[in-house]
Ligand binder design. Structure first.
Ligand code: SIN
Length: 530
């Protein structure tokens, strides 16, 4: 039996692929996948909130090689080309299959799939649905398929179950403990366990993510001894409605919106040749720099020109979700620029995983934002995250099925050479360390470190791991920016994986009594002394 934990795009894709591979599958979700509108926030996670779409080279004249090139360019020197090549090629195939199966992508009047433009893509290649509701539409589509398999008895769906621990036996993961809504804990044994539990951008006070995005699965994996990689790379999205968690999709800039400073002038055109459509890390960094220089809190996104443009369609028609969100916060974005500022949005770090989703611990697989394959390098390209869930979710499902059906020796062998660690192994090899102290004199002004909020001991463990990774990377690269090391260091152009010796926790859910930062630091000390 395969246990899939999590029901975002990666978990659902994984479960369906495992069923197709003939496996017996159990799916556990902290929410209710079978709610009246198909899902709830805890089951949909970040997937159901995704606005922009799914990047895929399916348009005329496009090719996976071009998508790969854009992905590599955005990733600031750390993209694993094999992983990204697979993302682009398999991604295009999967998106075509979904369209053939009836996924309701938005279409042009001539019936062809409408393709949007987003930052750092060389061409229009974003497949979207429901205007800016792509994630919700895709989630509902996959959830319907999973429910149909559950009704046919091929998937056991366990709702209202949160994973609290992985069960290990002689170094092999053999299932997980799941806490029910009534507080009771049940042990589910499995031949293969897949973590599809999402990222950790919800740990940041300014975040576009649901508060439940706290990297819970990454901590479970680390406690089971798995390598975790790239935790320092936290992507900040430049256009989140200031003072809220409401994302304003990059697709809006792709459609022609511009960014203005406090005096109403465009500023990105002077800072990058692609102006507002520069890679996301560049736009966030330049925005942060401008705000610090001016002592201001927000810049302005002017989308009124889209509303005024001939034949472009109304903002309400093209972006219904964002129109509702801006209106709910008191703005009429058809008539006025709205204040925006960067907020944590996506985390490149996660459980170190190979191209089949295998982790460094036998029996444990990871997929989607919970995993770190190297596919995004130091900065993810827009709309590559739903695609990642589709591609690597399926691959993890197939590999887990192979592992469970007795292929442990072959199917179970973790192969970092085939995934994101290739470049790293050419250099110093996987940097496996037990803990690691913050370097002396390390500054706190690292966006991926400042403001981290730990509300539980599990949060504190992850905060501590992020701090170690962020402070040890003494350079600025992609989404990782430091004032004390403002430039990239070619000698550090490698991904890093850590094996942390996390202290055992009796009650992982216990609320922290102390102030978040000191709690995290306390945890770091215990890591360092392990
Ligand atoms: C957006 O719509 O700007 C977000 C898409 C993404 O995170 O890739």
């Amino acid at each position: 039996m395969i246990l899939v934990i999590g029901t975002g795009v990666a978990g659902l894709s994984c479960a369906l692929a495992a069923v197709r591979a003939g496996a017996e599958v159990t799916v556990a979700t902290p929410g209710a996948l079978s709610g009246p509108d198909g899902t709830d926030a805890r089951a949909g996670g970040s997937t159901a909130l995704a606005q922009g779409g799914v990047a895929a080279a399916v348009g005329p004249g496009d090719a996976p090689a071009q998508h790969l090139a854009d992905t590599v360019a955005a990733g600031a020197g750390l993209v694993d080309p094999e992983a990204a090549g697979l993302l682009a090629a398999a991604g295009a195939r999967i998106v075509r299959r979904l369209l053939a199966e009836g996924f309701a992508a938005d279409r042009r009047p001539d019936g062809r799939v409408a393709l949007g433009l987003e930052a750092a893509h060389g061409r229009h290649r974003i497949v979207h649905a429901g205007g800016d509701r792509t994630g919700a539409v895709l989630h509902a589509f996959l959830a319907d398929a999973v429910r149909a398999q559950a009704a046919a008895g091929r998937i056991l769906l366990l709702e209202e179950r949160a994973a609290t621990a992985l069960i290990t036996d002689a170094g092999v993961v053999v299932g997980a403990e799941l806490r029910r809504r009534d507080g009771g804990v049940e042990a589910r044994r499995a031949e293969a366990t897949v973590l599809a539990t999402g990222g950790y951008a919800g740990l940041y006070p300014r975040s576009s993510n649901p508060v439940s995005s706290r990297g819970a699965g990454i901590v479970l994996a680390a406690r089971a001894g798995a390598l975790v990689a790239d935790l320092e790379f936290v992507q900040f999205h430049p256009t989140v409605l200031h003072g809220t968690g409401a994302l304003i999709s990059e697709a809006v800039r792709g459609a022609g919106a511009v960014l203005l400073d406090g005096s109403g002038s465009r500023f990105m055109a002077d800072r990058h040749p692609l102006a507002e459509l520069a890679p996301r890390d560049v736009v966030s960094r330049e925005t942060g720099r401008l705000l610090r220089e001016r002592g201001e809190e927000a810049i302005w996104l002017d989308a009124t020109r889209i509303e005024r443009a001939e034949g472009a369609g109304t903002l309400a028609g093209r972006f219904p979700g964002i129109s509702a969100a801006t209106a709910a916060h008191g703005y009429d974005w058809t008539r006025e620029a709205v204040p925006v500022s960067p907020a944590a949005h996506y985390t490149m770090g996660g459980v170190a995983s190979d191209l089949e989703g295998r982790t460094s611990v036998p029996g444990l697989f990871a997929a989607g934002e919970a995993a770190s394959t190297g596919v995004h390098g130091a900065n993810r390209l827009a709309s590559n995250s739903l695609l990642e869930g589709l591609v690597f979710g399926e691959r993890a499902g197939r590999a887990a099925a192979g592992f469970a059906s007795g292929g442990r020796r072959v199917a179970g062998r973790w192969n970092p050479r085939g995934a994101g660690f290739r470049a790293l192994e050419k250099g110093a090899g996987v940097a496996a360390v037990s803990g690691g102290a913050a370097p002396a004199g390390a500054v706190e002004e690292v966006p991926s470190v400042t403001g981290l909020r730990a509300a539980s001991r599990e949060d504190a463990a992850l905060v501590a791991m992020i701090r170690v990774a962020a402070l040890e990377r003494t350079e600025s690269r992609g989404a990782h920016q430091r004032f004390d090391h403002p430039d990239p260091d070619p000698a550090q152009a490698q991904r890093r994986a850590y094996r942390f010796a996390l202290p055992a926790v009796r009650d992982p859910e216990a609320e922290l009594e102390s102030e978040p930062h000191s709690a995290a630091t306390g945890q770091l000390r215990s890591l360092s002394s392990c």
